[in-house]
Design a protein around this ligand. Structure first.
Ligand SMILES: [Zn+2]
Length: 291
């Protein structure tokens, strides 16, 4: 990926130095029960569900947040390449979405991206990095613990820069949904329906975010910012974090009704749809799902 040619965003908020509790005083640890409570609260309030990219997976795993290794300390003056990468990919999504929304006669207000370690306080509640990156619609921020990038390559077998960029673009996709009013509409619907239907709606939201990530990828490709193999790396990442594959890994079986993000095949399909078309109108997962 030629991310060195992308524009640096000024919207990265660095809370890594605040420590594992993200500035909450340092003493707060978030265990499995805390995680579930956070999820339940956001669920009932009908806020944007914390975007649980890897669901509760990891909530009770040995790599729980409190035991996570801190990122290597950055000495002043040395280049923090990961942070730079994140800022540039974010900057590129800003340029792409500003241009697309302008064509739709709308103005794009970019999200902030909060870098944190371990756990973080957001307007959607307290969240742990074990839940994966997420977007909070209430404060219009993307939350990312850079250790997820290591999980992506080591635990989920999806290495490569474009796989990482896909994760950022997916979360930004949720912000685009928020800007287009889709998040609010879905939250209202989810508030008055069965759990199974609510999960199904969540899947459609997630697949749409995958498709919107693909739309960004389409324009990155068009502007010659991708290298051969990048698209494949992104598709592999989409497949790696499908609910079916994650459930298979963690429980040894697959329960489709409990999916909140979609199967690997669905995620790949929608990411590809965005990549190929570059059209927001092609990302109507809700319409396609109708019988
Ligand atoms: Zn998501």
């Amino acid at each position: 990926m030629r991310w060195g040619n992308m524009r640096d965003s000024g919207n990265v908020e660095d809370r890594e130095a605040a420590g594992p509790a993200g500035g909450l005083g340092g003493g707060l640890k978030l265990g499995g029960v805390g995680l579930i409570a956070v999820l339940a609260i956001s669920w009932f309030l009908g806020l944007n569900p914390l975007d649980v990219l890897i669901s509760l997976q990891g909530g009770d795993s040995p790599s729980a947040p409190t035991e996570r290794a801190a990122p290597p300390p950055t000495t002043p003056g040395t280049r923090d390449e990961t942070k730079e990468f994140i800022a540039r990919v974010l900057g590129d999504t800003e340029d792409t979405w500003s241009a697309i929304l302008k064509k739709m006669e709308r103005e794009y207000h970019p999200p902030k991206l909060v870098l944190f370690r371990g756990a973080v306080d957001s307007a959607c509640g307290l969240a742990s990095s074990a839940m994966g990156p997420f977007y909070c619609a209430s404060d219009e921020r993307v939350y990312l613990d850079r250790s997820f990038f290591d999980d992506l390559s080591k635990r989920f077998g999806a290495p490569g820069e474009f796989a990482r960029a896909y994760v950022i673009a997916h979360e930004v996709g949720h912000h685009v949904q928020n800007q287009l009013g889709i998040t609010q509409k879905v939250a209202q619907q989810r508030g008055r329906t069965s759990e199974a239907r609510s999960n199904a709606l969540s899947v459609l939201v997630e697949l749409q975010a995958d498709c919107l990530a693909g739309v960004w990828g389409h324009f990155a490709k068009e502007r010659n910012l991708l290298d051969p193999g990048d698209v494949e790396a992104g598709l592999a990442a989409a497949a790696a974090i499908g609910d079916d594959r994650l459930q298979q890994q963690s429980r040894g079986r697959v329960v489709p009704e409990s999916f909140t993000h979609g199967s690997s095949a669905q995620r790949v399909r929608w990411f590809r749809t965005g990549l190929d078309s570059g059209e927001v109108s092609q990302c109507n997962t809700f319409e396609t799902a109708r019988p």
